[in-house]
Design a protein around this ligand. Structure first.
Ligand code: DHB
Length: 490
């Protein structure tokens, strides 16, 4: 194997067998290693018959910690509805299937014939769902492929991975390091893998949306270099062109405050009890955080805890409800309005105040603190664990309130590497310049200010931002996949 090749090369001194040097590029893509597949894909423009080359489970780093995760699939369209197409210069959709900051493997997804969890990953290796998928989760890779894009689906390590010595190897920042390595692999093989590496568009939902935004925000940052070197990532740029992020669960070290500002008046549906004192303290802390960001709404209004409800109402919630209600036939609209008396309608516009909206949402999903739980029970506590510690606090508030005291010394670096807001605040030059941001208005997995702040910051930087909310939609919604693909290609 590689060991022998290395030995021979060493002895030959690079003279006798020059070809062996090429074979030592373990990250070189083999264009011949595909199987041809076809599938029927239904998009907004109807059903399409797509023939594509499928490259399965290619390791994208030279020293994988676990190749079950550090591998990617590539799908290259060959013909659509019988028309041959050349995807050599097509934009590339980099679609991560991460949920819950869990490990995501494109190998497992195929071997079991699709994920057991219908809210889990969807992709080209996964057979089309037999029943309608849960919620509005759509198969973005299918939409992109049917539009002629090259689709890359990277596996990535996640927080729960543990080796036989009991050491955790998928906690932060493993997932973002792996995504960057996947981008570097694509650039390393530019011109060999079909597609335009100048137009890589990343997508993801929830934790995957957070990672997508982080990938775009942190492009070419040197902070990740030591991690990338350790796993043998290609020496290439990891900057990407555009970000699609649906309900990103990000800005984690400020998410508890934002959650109480947004949903503090609501109670969890499954009431495990909610400490109102904690909620009020966190809500008060949000005001300082939000002011310090120095953001403003489109009309120049400073975006603070005092103005943010107005901003959400005018910029997002009223337009979302208006789009939703305007699209309904008159009788359905009247039925909706009768059933939801807090939501008004006049002159073709939805009408309601912030307090009405909150009552309309009804309940919150999470307790307080929502993310840095005092008992270390959340996925995020596990995300910020380390090799030997399964779960840690990652906010000063959580550490203090739980009695743990100070934060672990590794937390500052981990939160720095996991939060796109830091890279955007410093106007990272390698960031993506195009942003597609979406969240449902009944999604209480995190605060709506998370998408609001990502949009406000990228706008402030002068980037192209397309942002909207889906009325009454819950966690994981994607209600305009055709529009997204048009945006991605355009
Ligand atoms: C996801 C959802 C959450 O509520 C969360 O805290 C982290 C991740 C998810 O669906 O990926």
């Amino acid at each position: 194997g590689y060991g022998t090749a290395g030995l021979v090369t060493g002895l030959a001194g690079g003279c006798a067998f020059p070809a062996i040097h090429t074979s030592r590029d373990r990250l070189r893509f083999d264009p011949a290693a595909f199987t041809e597949r076809n599938r029927q894909i239904t998009t907004g423009s109807g059903q399409h018959s797509v023939v594509y080359r499928f490259y399965r489970a290619i390791p994208y780093v030279a020293n994988p910690v676990d190749a079950r995760y550090q591998s990617l699939n590539i799908s290259v369209p060959i013909s659509i509805d019988g028309q041959p197409i050349n995807a050599g210069d097509a934009p590339i959709l980099l679609a991560n299937g991460v949920g819950g900051y869990m490990p995501s493997s494109v190998i497992d997804a195929m071997d079991v014939g699709g994920p057991a969890d219908p809210g889990g990953p969807t992709g080209m290796g996964v057979p089309p769902p037999r029943a309608a998928p849960m919620g509005h989760r759509v198969n973005k890779p299918e939409y992109a492929l049917a539009a002629g894009m090259v689709v890359v689906e990277p596996g990535v390590r996640g927080r729960t991975l543990v080796d036989d010595k009991g050491r955790y190897y998928g906690t932060a920042p493993a997932a973002i390091v792996d995504l960057k390595a996947a981008v570097r692999y694509l650039r390393h093989n530019a011109g060999i893998i079909p597609g335009d590496v100048g137009r890589i568009i990343s997508t993801g939902t929830s934790a995957g949306g957070a990672l997508s935004a982080l990938l775009g925000a942190s492009g070419d940052s040197h902070l990740y270099d030591p991690y990338l070197q350790t796993i043998g990532a290609a020496d290439a740029s990891d900057a990407i062109h555009a970000v699609g992020a649906w309900c990103p669960i990000t800005d984690l070290e400020h998410a508890d405050m934002a959650y109480e500002w947004n949903w503090g008046e609501l109670t969890p549906a499954s009431d495990k009890g909610l400490d109102r004192g904690l909620s009020d303290q966190l809500k008060a802390m949000f005001a300082d955080y939000q002011r310090a960001l120095g953001l403003s709404a489109g009309d120049g209004m400073p975006l603070t805890a005092e103005t943010y409800d107005r901003h959400l109402i005018h910029e997002y919630l009223i337009p979302a409800a208006t789009r939703y209600l305007a699209a309904l036939p008159e009788d359905k609209r009247q039925a909706y309005l009768a059933q939801h008396p807090l939501i008004g309608w006049s002159n073709g516009t939805a009408r309601f105040e912030w307090a009405d909206y909150l009552r309309h949402v009804g309940s919150r999903k999470k307790s307080a603190p929502a993310f840095d739980a005092l008992d270390l029970s959340t996925g995020e506590n596990n995300l910020f664990g380390n090799n030997t510690v399964k779960a840690q606090h990652f906010t000063p508030f959580g550490a203090a309130e739980s009695g743990a005291g100070a934060l672990s010394p590794d937390i500052a670096e981990k939160t720095r590497l996991m939060n796109p807001m830091h890279f955007l605040a410093s106007a990272n030059a390698g960031r993506a310049r195009r942003w597609w941001l979406r969240v449902g208005t009944k999604d209480t997995d995190t605060a709506l200010t998370v998408v609001g702040n990502l949009a406000a910051r990228t706008r402030q930087l002068g980037d192209a931002v397309d942002t909207a909310m889906y009325w009454d939609a819950g966690h994981g919604a994607d209600e305009d996949p055709d529009a997204f693909v048009r945006w991605a290609i355009g």
